[in-house]
Design a protein around this ligand. Structure first.
Ligand SMILES: C[S@@+](CC[C@H](N)C(=O)[O-])C[C@H]1O[C@@H](n2cnc3c(N)ncnc32)[C@H](O)[C@@H]1O
Length: 297
C-alpha cells in the first residue's frame, strides 16, 4: 500500500485515508488519532510500511535524539505525541527516566502494552494542549517528531511554552516539522491539496524555518539549530534569541535566491578588495622605483 503522504503514488483508498478530522477541537483530534490507532497504528505513525520498518525507523530516530541526552545515562526525557512508543522503546536504555504523553488514549494503551517490560518508561494520556501531568524543571530533554505537524500552530506553540516549563535550566527541546519551502515537503503539501482531502480533512500543517525560529524565541528559547528539513534544537537559557550564524542560515533557507545573490555579491566585493590591494602595492612600487634610481645614480 502506498504511503499516505507519498505524492508520487497518489491515493491508496486504504482504511487510513477513510479517516477524517471532523472538526478542529481537541475532542475531534483525539477521536481522529484514537481511530487511526485502532485501524492501523503502524501505518498511521510515521507512514511506516510494516513491523520491521517500524522497528528500524524507531531505532534510527532514537539514535538522533540520544546524542542530546546527558552522557551519564542518568538523564530524564519526555516525548510529546509518543504514539505507541516507536522511539521510546529504543531510547529507554539511554535514560534514567523516560516519559511519553499523547492525546490518544488508544495510542497510550498500546504503548503501555508494548513497553510494559521497561520499568523506567511512563506513558500519559494528555489533554492534547499542555503538559499538565508533568512537573516544572523535571527533564533534560523534550523531543517530538511527526506530531506538531498534526495540530493547529497555536497548540504547537503552547507545547513549546510548556516544554520550557518542564525543562531543567540548560535543557534541550528537539523536534521536527515539515518545511513548506523544501521541494520534498512541498510535494507532500501538494498531495494534501487533492480534492479527496477536502472531503476527508487530514490534520497537516507546514512551517517555514523562520516561522519556527520566531515561535521558539517567543516561547523563551535560545535557538541552537534549524536545518533544511526543519529539525529544530532549542535550549532553555535565561536569554531568548538566536545567534548570528544561525540567523544567516535561516535567511538562506527562507530566501535561497536572495542568499545566493548575497553570496555572489560578497565574493565580488572580496575580489575587488584583492584587486585594490594589488593595485596599491603596484602603485607604491612604481613610486619607489625612480627614488631608488635617483639615489643609486
Ligand atoms: C504520526 S504519530 C507519531 C508518533 C510518534 N511520535 C512516533 O514518531 O512514533 C502522531 C502522534 O501524535 C499524537 N498527537 C496528535 N495530536 C496531538 C496533540 N495535540 N497532543 C498530543 N499528541 C498528539 C497522535 O495521537 C499520534 O500518536
Amino acid at each position: 500500500m502506498p504511503k499516505l503522504s507519498d505524492p508520487s503514488s497518489g491515493l491508496s483508498r486504504g482504511a487510513l485515508e477513510q479517516l477524517e478530522l471532523e472538526g478542529d477541537s481537541l475532542g475531534d483530534h483525539r477521536q481522529f488519532w484514537d481511530r487511526a490507532a485502532a485501524v492501523d497504528a503502524i501505518r498511521a505513525i510515521a507512514d511506516q510500511e510494516d513491523a520491521s520498518s517500524f522497528e528500524t525507523s524507531g531505532m534510527v530516530d532514537a539514535a538522533g535524539v540520544a546524542t542530546l541526552l546527558p552522557a551519564t545515562g542518568r538523564g530524564a526525557a519526555l516525548e510529546i505525541g509518543c504514539g505507541i512508543g516507536r522511539v521510546l522503546q529504543h531510547l529507554a536504555p539511554r535514560c534514567h527516566e523516560l516519559h511519553g504523553i499523547d492525546i490518544s488514549a488508544e495510542m497510550v494503551e498500546q504503548a503501555r502494552r508494548r513497553l510494559a517490560h521497561l520499568s523506567n518508561v511512563h506513558v500519559h494520556v494528555g489533554n492534547g494542549y499542555d503538559l499538565g501531568p508533568l512537573d516544572d524543571e523535571s527533564f533534560d530533554l523534550v523531543f517530538s517528531q511527526f506530531v506538531f505537524q498534526h495540530m493547529p500552530k497555536t497548540t504547537a506553540y503552547n507545547y513549546f511554552v510548556e516544554a520550557r516549563r518542564v525543562l531543567r535550566p540548560d535543557g534541550l527541546l528537539r523536534f521536527q516539522v515539515p518545511n513548506i519551502l523544501s521541494d520534498e515537503h512541498f510535494a507532500a503539501f501538494h498531495h494534501f491539496a487533492q480534492p479527496w482531502f477536502v472531503e476527508h480533512p487530514y490534520p497537516m500543517h507546514f512551517y517555514t524555518p523562520a516561522e519556527v525560529a520566531s515561535l521558539l524565541v517567543r516561547a523563551g528559547f535560545w535557538v541552537e539549530d534549524i536545518d533544511g528539513v526543519i529539525i529544530a534544537v532549542a535550549r532553555k537559557t535565561d536569554q531568548a534569541g538566536i545567534g548570528g550564524a544561525l540567523v544567516e542560515r535561516v535567511v538562506g533557507l527562507e530566501h535561497p535566491t536572495m542568499a545566493q545573490r548575497l553570496g555572489e555579491l560578497e565574493r565580488m566585493a572580496e575580489e575587488l578588495e584583492r584587486m585594490r590591494r594589488r593595485l596599491a602595492v603596484r602603485a607604491a612600487n612604481a613610486l619607489r622605483r625612480p627614488l631608488r634610481l635617483r639615489r643609486g645614480g
